[in-house]
Design a protein around this ligand. Structure first.
Ligand code: AMP
Length: 282
């Protein structure tokens, strides 16, 4: 029912009690994990949750363990009241808003490490990031115990890492990807877009433009190396500092020279102080 505030839980026992009641009533629970600062991309995940389930649960937790020491944890945008109002407008059933102390009490000592999939792409640039993500998502899945959890294809490596962890650890939840929601000029919606200056915001859609060119050119089995070099040069000329621009196997995320199966072109680049990532299916 739109425009009602979602039931908000900060206490794990209260959350578990509510989730158990819904499960016992035969309701299909769909979880959308987020770090808040909600935008229309997040709300597209909530809409999908409502479409495929009976109860849409959104977690909001800015997870300290997935940020590196020089990353934006302390300045990451946080506005819980605005987020809850937005979730209410679209009729979210419950918001799970644990504190850092609830998630990581003194003595917390475990970590989920997904080898292989975590090691390429963002891995070398963000040491420990995917272990932080896999660990917190495992906790969220165990807390909520949803039937399905939704993740954006925007964070494609994250989606694959979580699918692998859930399969390996028999967590018993279906992980589904949701296509990336974009601005009309192609820029993928992201909580970090608000860091961009007006000048940077004008340049930012170039990222999607280059991905689209490479995806199109790589489709017919031609080599990708030349296209990638040209795309990288175009981004650097526009003012980006490119960390990686690569075409990978969509399942293993291993780089491919030639596309002969499901593949993805992925990029990470800094624009000023803001790190942007994006990807497209080839
Ligand atoms: P975040 O709050 O950035 O951790 O994102 C929470 C979830 O929303 C993740 O599964 C993201 O992949 C997803 N997401 C972020 N931006 C978008 C977007 N533009 N379109 C679709 N999903 C997104």
């Amino acid at each position: 029912m739109p425009d009602s505030v979602p039931q908000r839980f900060s206490d794990p026992a209260a959350l578990r009690h509510c989730m158990a009641a819904w499960r016992e009533a035969g309701e299909r629970i769909v979880l959308v994990p987020t770090m808040g600062a909600l935008h229309r991309g997040h709300l597209a995940l909530v809409a999908e949750a409502q479409r495929i389930g009976d109860r849409a649960v959104v977690s909001i937790f800015v997870n300290p363990t997935q940020f590196g020491p020089n990353e934006d944890f302390s300045r990451y945008p946080r506005d819980l009241e605005v987020d809850l109002a937005r979730l209410g407008e679209v009729g979210t059933d419950a918001a799970w808003t644990p504190t850092v102390e609830t998630m990581y009490p003194p003595g917390f000592a475990s970590r989920i490490e997904v080898v292989g999939l975590s090691e390429g792409l963002c891995g070398p640039f963000r040491p420990g990031h995917f272990a932080g993500v896999a660990t917190v998502v495992t906790k969220l899945l165990n807390q909520v115990r949803p039937d399905v959890a939704l993740f954006g294809e925007k964070d494609f490596q994250q989606l694959r890492v979580i699918q692998q962890a859930v399969a390996d650890l028999d967590i018993g939840v279906e992980i589904r990807g949701v296509p990336t929601l974009r601005e009309p000029d192609g820029l993928a919606l992201s909580s970090r877009n608000r860091y961009l200056s007006p000048e940077e915001r004008a340049i930012a859609p170039k990222l999607h433009g280059v991905l689209a060119e490479i995806a199109l050119a790589s489709r017919n089995g031609t080599g990708v190396a030349g296209r990638i070099a040209a795309g990288r040069a175009a981004l650097e000329a526009a003012g980006f500092r490119v960390q990686y621009l690569t075409v990978c196997d969509a399942r293993t995320l291993a780089p491919v020279e030639r596309v002969d199966g499901p593949a993805r072109v992925l990029v990470a680049a800094f624009l000023g102080r803001t790190r942007l990532i994006d990807n497209l299916a080839v």
